[in-house]
Design a protein around this ligand. Structure first.
Ligand code: IFM
Length: 455
């Protein structure tokens, strides 16, 4: 057991975080729902991508996943048993609109309406993400996020969903991790739709941000008392060495990885340096776009997993940087560095540079290769320690005056981890994908005991 974690377990208390702190878990529609053909759902870009040979490492797809579409009552019971007071999930756009211009699908809306009622009945506050990567395939066929009509389609989708659920759901996240939507989807091809093209990736990124900005006032108009935000994947960037070239590489990498999103969202426009070296690859920005992107929000969602270490590299793409994996660092079984202090540092920096009214850790979690013991238990103390240490990092940020008001662990359940298929487990509950049995791991039991003890 990690010595630091042992000491933290003894000293950390839920009460320290304040009475109105949100204690949650996060999930996303495509990763858990399954039932891809049920109740009028049409294919998403991820259903298509999964069919591409070699796209998913274990050759799997999410047609069943955790079968949450059918098993949601027991999943909400699980969340309630852990003591969650909030739960972040996403809506599958292909369940709501079956074609461009079609009427909203009542069966899809009813599914989410029942899910929301199920949360409220269990004392769990629903937090909705509108876009967690499952774009309807019919929109990709007209150019996906490169087509401005997809921006309009998103705003219409946000309008319909918030009209229907806004009487009960007050917390709305427009997009999850636009960096991944744009760059994994269109630059490195790791995610759907699997493209590798710099201008496409940059235009997707811009249009996604515009769609966020245009949706914000629509959500506010439909939802009395709405709290609206966006969830960004953010990484503190560290230099591979003290060499001046590597320090400059940090600036370039950070400007694109983090500031490319934070700066325009908080009204500063895109950082100039990346615009300069992007040259003709820079996105087409229409009049009014930057004002739209800077629509005031109520909170920032911070998805934090690990820092990145970079070095100067003339062959390292348009950023001329390479991400390296230094030896001797503590890592999860996915190879991601474990660096809780970087979460404190990241939130303090955001508070200082952008002054969001509130911040929530909307995702944080770890992937370890779990083993089911002879007695059926899962002793995932690596994940438990990761959780404890990152909660302590959040508390430290709070003590420094950072307005962090909630923590959502990724994830409630093991699920479909995108291009890794089912090879990577992040859940606080273990899912046996043959039987769909859920078993709370040691980490989930610790979270439960921590939450219930302080209540
Ligand atoms: O599973 C993903 C999630 O969908 C988005 N954020 C990172 C998680 C772990 O990779």
């Amino acid at each position: 057991m990690n010595k630091q974690a042992t000491e933290l377990i003894a000293s950390l208390s839920r009460a320290d975080f304040g009475d109105d702190f949100r204690w949650g878990c996060s999930t996303s529609s495509f990763q858990i729902e399954g039932a891809v053909d049920a109740a009028g759902r049409v294919p998403s870009i991820w259903d298509t991508f999964c069919k591409k040979p070699g796209a998913i490492r274990d050759g799997s797809d999410a047609s069943v996943a955790c079968d949450h579409f059918h098993l949601w009552p027991q999943d909400l019971d699980l969340g309630q048993s852990i003591g969650l007071n909030a739960y972040r999930f996403s809506i599958a756009w292909p369940r709501i609109f079956s074609a461009r211009g079609a009427a909203p699908n009542e069966e899809g809306l009813a599914f989410y309406s029942d899910l929301v009622d199920g949360m409220l009945a269990r004392g769990i506050e629903p937090w909705i993400t509108l876009y967690h990567w499952d774009l309807p395939q019919y929109l990709q066929e007209q150019g996906g996020w490169t087509n401005r009509d997809t921006v309009s389609a998103f705003v219409e989708y946000a309008d319909v969903v918030t009209r229907r659920l806004g009487d009960r759901v007050k917390h709305w996240i427009t997009h999850n991790e636009p960096w991944c939507t744009a760059m994994h989807g269109n630059l490195d091809g790791m995610h759907a739709p699997g493209l590798r093209d710099v201008p496409t990736a940059l235009q997707v990124c811009h249009n996604v941000l515009v769609s966020h900005g245009l949706a914000v006032p629509v959500i506010r108009a439909n939802v009395p008392g709405a709290q609206v935000g966006i969830a960004l994947s953010l990484h503190p960037i560290k230099a591979a060495s003290d060499a001046a070239l590597d320090l400059a590489a940090v600036e370039r990498h950070d400007a694109f990885r983090n500031r490319w999103f934070l700066d325009p969202l908080y009204g500063h426009g895109y950082p100039q340096a990346p615009l300069d070296y992007l040259g003709t690859n820079a996105p087409n920005v229409e009049a009014g776009d930057m004002q739209a992107i800077a629509a005031p929000t109520d909170f920032l969602g911070v998805n934090y997993y690990f820092p990145e270490v970079v070095r100067d590299d003339p062959d390292g793409g348009f950023l001329r940087t390479s991400v390296i994996l230094p030896d001797g660092r503590e890592r999860t079984d996915f190879g991601w560095e474990v660096a809780p202090g970087c979460l404190t540092e990241l939130m303090a920096r955001i508070a200082r540079d952008y002054r969001p009214a509130a911040m929530y850790v909307t995702e944080n979690g770890s992937c370890y290769d779990d083993h089911v013991g002879a007695d059926g238990s899962i002793d995932d103390r690596g994940r438990r320690d990761y959780l404890v240490r990152h909660l302590a990092a959040v508390r430290t940020a709070q003590q420094q005056g950072v307005p962090v008001k909630g923590y959502f662990a990724w994830s409630l359940l093991d699920n479909f981890e995108w291009s890794e298929g089912y090879l990577r487990r992040f859940g606080l509950a273990y899912v046996d994908f043959d039987t769909q049995r859920r078993t709370l791991k040691l980490s989930g039991q610790w979270y439960r005991d921590f939450l219930l003890a302080g209540h």
